[in-house]
Structures are given as C-alpha cells and as structure tokens.
Write a new protein. Sequence first.
Lengths: 226, 450
Amino acid sequence: MSTEVMQAIRIDETFYKVKEIRRLTDETFSLKLPGGRFKFKAGQHISLGIQGDYQSREYSIYSGENDENLEVLVKEVKEGYFSPKLSHLKKGDLVEVNGPFGKFKIEEKHIPDNKFVFIASGTGIAPFRSMVRTYPELDYQLIHGVRYGHEAYDKEEYDPERHILCTTGDKEGQVHGRLTKYLKRTSFEKNTHFYLCGNSNMIFDALEILKNKGFDRDHIHCEVYF
Amino acid sequence: MKYHLITLGCQMNLSDSERVSAVLEQMGYERTEKEEDATLLGMLACSVRQKPIDKVYNKIAQWNKWKNKRNVITFISGCVLPADKEKFLKLFDLIFPMSELSQLPDMIRNYGVVNAASLQTPKPVMPKNEHIVDLWHIKPKYESTYEAFVPIQNGCDKFCAFCAVPYTRGREVSRPSEEIIKEIQHLVQQGYKSITLLGQNVNSYGLDKNGEEITFAELLKQIGQYGKLSGEEFWVYFTSPHPQDMTRDVIEVIAEYKCLAKQIHLPMQSGDEKVLIKMNRRHSMEKYRRIVSDIRELIPEATLFTDIIVGFTAEGEEEFQNTVAAMNEFKFNMAYIAMYSPRPGAASYRWQDEVSQDVKKDRYHRLSETMRTHTSEYNRQLVGKTFRLLVNGSDRKTGFSTGLTEGKLNVRLDRKAPELKGQIVDVKITSAADFSLSGELVLQEEKIES
C-alpha cells in the first residue's frame, strides 16, 4: 500500500485494539481493551462491534472508572452469533466501542448516607464490579445468583462480609437456592437503594419481593440483560 | 435534470427528505413524481420495519433493469441497518448516511471515481452521528406552507428490545438550540401554524452535551417566550418523548405558554411491569402514572396520545389485561396500537416470537374496542363547545373541509372551504363520532355578535 493511501486511512476513534481475553470459566470471559480515552460512569454499558462484522451487542462495563483497561464481561452462548466471535478475538484485533449509554448509575450524593444492595444473576454482576471498584467507600451488599460456585466471577475482589453467593446447582454458595429465596427472608434498612441486573425473570421476581417489602419503586433500579 | 425521491418510514425520514430535495434542487435538479422521467433515483429507507425494506429491494431491482436502457444514478440513505447497508452497497450507486448529505453533490459529480483510501477504512457498525449537525445546516424545502417538522435531535441511546433505531440512526445527538429557535422563528414569520419538534427521544434533548446545551424544558420555554413576543398564533408539538426522561418542568412549561400545543404523545408500549422490563423500556408504570397525573393536574384540557404494542414476547393474557386496565385508567384520546413483529437488528429479533398471530389480532381488536369507548365518550362531551381548528384538507366523500384541533382531534366542517386551508379558524362542534367530530364554522361576525 502506498504511503499516500496509508496516510488517507483514518482509523475511527471508536475502534480499539483487543488487549486480552481473560477466561473466567469455560463459558465466560472478560474482554480487555485499553482504557483511558473512554470516559464513562460505573454501571453504564457500551455497544460492542467487531471490525468487518455488521452486528453489535450491548455489554455492561466490568471495569472501574479509573482502571487502566476497559473491560466487559461476556457469557459465550455456544449456539449464538456474536459471543463466539468475540471469544475468538486475538490480541490486536479491532473492535468498535460506542457509548457509554444508560442511566444505571449511582448518584454520588447518595453514597455517604445510604446503603446499596446489588442484586445480580450471572454476568449481571458486571456493572456492580465497576461500581465497587469505582467507589471504595460504598456501603454495599452484593447478592449474586449463579448455578455453580465457580461462576462467582472475581469473587476474591469483594469483601466476603458483603458478598452473598446464591447457587442452585451446588452448595458452594452461602445460600443454596435462587437469590430470591435470600431476598424473601432478609430485611433491609429503609435508606437502601437497590440495583438489579440480569435476566428479566430474575428482575421481575426480585422487584415484586422488594415492592412487597414496601420499598419505593424509585429506589429500585433495573438493568435487563438479553 | 430530474430526480425522483421515495421516502419510507417515519416523520424523521420525511423531514430528512425535505433537506435532500433542497440539496438536489440547489444542484439544478427538478423533482418529478414520474420515476421514468428521472435520471437520479433516490430512496430514504427504513430498516426499522420489514415492509419498507421489501419495497427497497423491489424498487431497486426495477431501477437497475432500466440501467440497460438509459443512464440513471441511484442512491439510498435514511434509516439503514449495517447489515442492510452491506447489501445495498452492491445494489445502489451511492449510499450515504444523512449526516453526509452535504457531500451528496460531490458524490454525484464524482460518481464512478474510486477512492482507494476509503476502501481501507474500518467500517463502523453503528452509524456515526457526530456530523449530523451538518445535515441541520441545510435549509429544507418544506413540503407544506403551514405545517413543518423541525428536527431537534437524532439517534437513540435507549435500546428498547423491540427496536433497531440505535443501530440505524446511531446515538443521541442534539441540534444546537440557537438553530432550532431560528428555524422556528423563520417558520412563524412565514405564517406556519403547526410546527412539530422531531427526535427519537425529544425529551432527552441536551443531555448528550453534558451541561453545554439547554434542557428540553428550557428549549420549550424559549420557544414559548418567542411565541408570546411574536403575537402570532401557532402550535408547537413534539414527538416522541420517552417516559424515562419526562420531567414535571416540561409539563409546567407547556401549561405556561400558549403556543406550546396542549397535546402530548407519551408512548406507553405496555401497561404491564413485567412486559416493560422485558422490553427494556427503563421506566415503571408508577413513573408513567406520575407523568399522566402531572399532565392532568397542570393541563387538564390536554389530549393524551400513546403507542402500544400487543403480543410482545412474554405478554400473556394477564399481562395484556394490565394494558387494558391502563387504557381504562388513562383514557387516551388516541393510541397507535401495533401487533408485535420481530424487527431485524432489534434484540427481540433473536427471541422466539411466542404469541401467535391470531392472539395478537384478538388483543389488537379488544384493545382498540376499549380505546373506542373512551374516545367516543370524550368526543361526545365536546358537542356544543367551540375550538380553534387548523384546516388542513378535505373529506374524500363530501369534499367538506377538515382539520385538526390543537389537541389533534379530527373535525369535519360543514362546508367546502378550500380557501381556509392552512388557517386557524373557530369551529363549533355539532356532533361526535368515535374517532372524529363534526362542526360548523364560526364566522367572525357571529363571534362579535355573541
């Protein structure tokens, strides 16, 4: 290719080179991209595309606002179209990042006087890791529902006192059963903000439980995963 | 040189087409409605629905056949999914996003010249919207002399599960408020009576600018203040707002200023919490209820319109009944009810469409019937009252003039009055039907006497 043509090639600023695919389980991985130039608020999501492909998907940001890398947490759906392609990306491959999007964020003025309960199913934990890494002073409790204990992604990063793992497929979690079982039997303080992220059925069930406990809908924030 | 332009889809595409016409006519092209006479054939497509896309394929097949007989250039723009864009590249001579409309004259002049560099650039998946401001600098060739669309925002960041717009139009970008105000001032000075502010999420206006642009409420306020100063009678509407970003101050401003039309279109989509969550609508029924309550409190005369989808994945009979209950609660003046159909590019396209077509049809009819009872009741209590009416057409059967009230209620006049088209007149309602009204013109002399 001539120098002239090379100079004419404009790499769009929304394209990022893949730094690493970090495997967390057989089905789940974190896609690492260089951070820094991408500004976002913890809890927001991005739209991710692969160079040369004409589809994109939305992923919550898994890294903190000040982290060196921009990370997303991906569950590979074997029969799916997009996630297997993502899983096969190599270091240096180009992906397109658009965003950030969404209002699933923490109001910083609420942090000093409120408690935060994060309720996640599966990879729905992603925005909560971002929040915990961004706001170390947060008074939070993380309730994570998964099938097996090994799906407690990056568990060691959370204060064990604040991390409640609910497992349905084995007994590795503090709670054996769905996270809704834990929610039903637990009482929460009045000044609590709830953040729910994961599949729509979990969100709906958890929402009903919290509403029945008398919590204001305005204090329950939802982010649905497809 | 003649051009033929086909516009498919929503009001945003219609508004864009006015700017496409302006650019082409500035080049010396003359518009023709006969495509056989044109040397430049264009389409503004809509990938959001399947039908318009089918139409694109049918039309381009025909146009490409003509290429064997005569020289024609074809182009396509509008709301196009990346996957469709890839296919269109092989079928159309020119394809461009609306944000690059100002470069269309160069594209036409240089048609056939290969730019090697452009072939090497990584192709973005989502449309790039940062240059959409260039589109808004183009003065449109308005189709009407009394009603106009004014784009204030483009793109969507909401990612509703059933919709592909974020992938066809890119992310939300707000148009500078000074430009919007200037365009409105110009329209009012030209005698326009009905102006609609357009955007995929109009009430997210300004939020993308992180404090460097005024909010939607402030924009409405500036328009309202101009309306007051101008002394002119005109109505300003907006479509569509999203309940998530609807705030009480927007409703307060509408209540305060005469020129801000007392008609609000507030898409609900479903009356069921579970379905709203599945749709990723990001608002609760509680929030929706609060907005309607604010509207009823601050603008009791306002008419309320909505959009509803029936038969969305996860909507069982119980969930549908919640939508019926919402219809009974909010008593909409109009609901645009759609039977759910999976749209390529939208997240829900990947899910099983689990509600049968028969059930969708049944729900569509039942909900329409529920709406009918409310519109009928509302319309009947208007008989005997006098309204301002923008005359905008004529009844097909009788030829009598027709128009819309400020609240966008359809009224048929008692006479043929083509000379009144584009004017706002007084009309006294004489009878009411389920979805329309009939009225008699109140002449100035009668007004003075009474």
